[in-house]
Ligand binder design. Structure first.
Ligand SMILES: [Zn+2]
Length: 137
C-alpha cells in the first residue's frame, strides 16, 4: 500500500517514478524526526546497498523542488527534511538536536493576525511558523 501512495505522489508532482525515488520517499514518510540526508541514507542503504549518498541528496533536492518535501537548516546549519507540508511549528530540543512537529493552528493564527495588525516594513508575511527551543522532559 505504501508503494502505491509513493508512486502516486511522485508521479503527481511531475517527477518520473523510479525505485530509488520510492525508497527515499517512503523513508521520509516514516520518519517524524526531520532527518538529514545522511540519516535518510542510513535508513535506506540497508535494504538498498547500491544506493549512494549522492543519489539520496539529489533525490531529496528533487523532491523539495517538486513540492513533496520542505527543507530547512537547523541550529547547527545542517539541512533537515520535512515531509509535512501544511503550516506547522517545531519543537527543537537543544540537548539532543531532535526536531518534533508542533501543530497549533490557534497559535499560528494568533501570530498571523498580530502580524497583519503590526505590519513589518517592506515585508509581506505569507506564513507563520515557529521554532520553539527547549529541552524534552
Ligand atoms: Zn515538521
Amino acid at each position: 500500500m505504501i508503494a502505491e501512495t509513493a508512486r502516486e505522489k511522485i508521479t503527481e508532482s511531475g517527477l518520473k517514478f523510479t525505485h530509488q525515488r520510492m525508497v527515499v520517499y517512503n523513508a521520509l514518510q516514516v520518519s517524524a524526526d526531520h532527518p538529514t540526508a545522511e540519516m535518510v541514507f542510513a535508513k535506506v542503504k540497508e535494504a538498498n546497498p547500491s544506493i549512494s549518498l549522492g543519489t539520496v541528496y539529489k533525490t531529496l533536492e528533487n523532491f523539495v523542488k517538486a513540492g513533496l518535501l520542505q527543507k530547512f537548516t537547523d541550529d547547527s546549519g545542517v539541512m533537515r527534511f520535512d515531509p509535512m507540508l501544511e503550516t506547522h511549528s517545531h519543537l527543537y530540543c537543544t540537548a539532543t538536536q531532535q526536531i518534533k512537529d508542533y501543530k497549533n493552528p490557534e497559535l499560528e493564527l494568533l501570530l498571523k493576525k498580530y502580524l497583519q495588525a503590526n505590519q513589518i516594513e517592506d515585508f509581506e508575511v505569507e506564513e507563520v511558523s515557529l521554532v520553539i527551543k527547549g529541552k524534552t522532559k
